[in-house]
Design a protein around this ligand. Structure first.
Ligand SMILES: Cc1ncc(COP(=O)(O)O)c(C=O)c1O
Length: 368
């Protein structure tokens, strides 16, 4: 079998299974978060897999991401919650995209975009302590009054009330939940009864059952990457969807004392074999993990040697027999003995989220 030069294989069955797992675990609706090209996994294919697994709605950051899903034939409800300043919502409204609303101005813009017979679906976002977007408590009453009026005259449909947690500690998240519940109660006093209230993303959906409410917005969990430093995907009942691999592009036998890659950050300490892996920081291999990045070759683990370059890096495999074209698994499902995205995150002083999301466009995605 020929090993691909470089490839991210995406196990769509894992995405469907992970969604099923969250539906069973939480007992509420799953909103599958497919922003940022589904965390690098390919938005349309991941969305279809998530819907097949029972997700009832898709979540994206921006309207262009939602429109792209519509263009690819996805008709499921989609909510987009991060908007450009002064953004107009006509195109989104025409495509039935629901809007996360974080200000009075956005609410008015949404109402202007509504067509006479088609109210725009909105999810009002209440700021509960993350200090990002969301309607400030001081503006909440004014926005609610206007939203209730716009709903009465048929311009808007208030589909959801939502917020987002900081994952700082269970206490901080419970305090944010309590603020959200006050916000929901205030909304009820304006006659607003949304179809769904949602605040939990992956970590809270797993660990803080009281945050599950009517729906959970699951991103990293549906891709089978753990949001927790100390817990593996398997321990959470999840299966990683992405495996990053490549084929050995060159093999070189060198004497002790040979400098490797730019700046000779590594010199061989014995006669050894160096192999060249054709993925670099252009492909999302983090350069700041140079010298610490784990990979698997022939079922054995190695760390990369020397600096990671734009297109390639080197692995010192000692006397292990290897040939050009052999497979290198960069990361994937750790139950198969290969490094996980989380281990790459550790090596690069970041998180598994950033690793999978930044795998570059030059790496072909192959769905399985
Ligand atoms: C508003 C919002 N909800 C949900 C998510 C999904 O988070 P996670 O990937 O931790 O499940 C994100 C991701 O950043 C988000 O910004």
């Amino acid at each position: 079998m020929t090993v691909p030069f470089r490839e991210a294989s995406i196990d769509l069955g894992a995405i469907s299974d992970n969604v099923r797992h969250f539906t069973r675990l939480t007992g509420v609706q799953v909103i599958a978060v497919v922003k940022a090209n589904a965390y690098g996994h390919g938005a349309a294919a991941a969305a279809v897999a998530a819907l097949a697994g029972g997700a009832t709605r898709l979540g994206v950051a921006e309207i262009p991401e939602a429109l792209d899903l519509r263009r690819q034939g996805i008709t499921a409800p989609i909510v987009a919650w991060l908007h450009a300043p002064g953004e107009r919502f006509e195109q989104a409204a025409a495509q039935g995209i629901e809007l996360g609303i974080s200000s009075f101005d956005q609410l008015e813009a949404a109402a202007r975009a509504a067509d006479v017979d088609h109210p725009v679906g909105v999810h009002l976002k209440f700021e509960t302590g993350l200090s990002r977007n969301g309607i400030a408590p001081a503006d909440w009453g004014r926005v609610l009054a206007e939203a209730a009026r716009l709903e009465r005259i048929g311009r808007l449909r208030i589909v959801g009330l939502f917020s987002h947690l900081s994952n700082t500690s269970p206490e901080d998240d419970r305090a944010a939940l309590a603020r959200f519940e006050e916000g929901v109660a205030t909304a009820a006093s304006f006659g607003i009864r949304p179809e769904i209230r949602h605040i939990a993303a992956t970590a809270a959906a797993i660990d803080l059952p009281e945050t599950r409410l009517d729906a959970v917005r699951i991103g990293i969990g549906i891709y089978g990457v753990s949001p927790f430093e100390e817990r593996t995907p398997a321990s959470l009942g999840l299966r990683p969807a992405m495996t990053l691999r490549g084929s050995i592009a060159a093999v070189r036998r060198v004497p002790a004392g040979t400098g490797v890659s730019y700046g000779y950050a590594h010199r061989t300490d014995r006669d050894t074999t160096l192999v060249l892996v054709p993925l670099g920081y252009a492909d999302g291999v983090p350069r700041n993990a140079s010298g610490r990045l784990p990979v698997s070759i022939g079922g054995r683990r190695f760390l990369n040697a020397g600096r990671i370059a734009m297109d390639q890096f080197v692995v010192d495999v000692g006397d292990t027999p290897v040939s050009i074209g052999d497979e290198v698994v960069l990361f994937g499902d750790p139950t198969l003995g290969v490094p996980s995205a989380a281990e790459w995150g550790d090596a690069a002083d970041t998180i598994g989220y950033e690793i999978v999301t930044r795998i570059g466009t030059r790496v072909p995605r192959r769905t399985t």
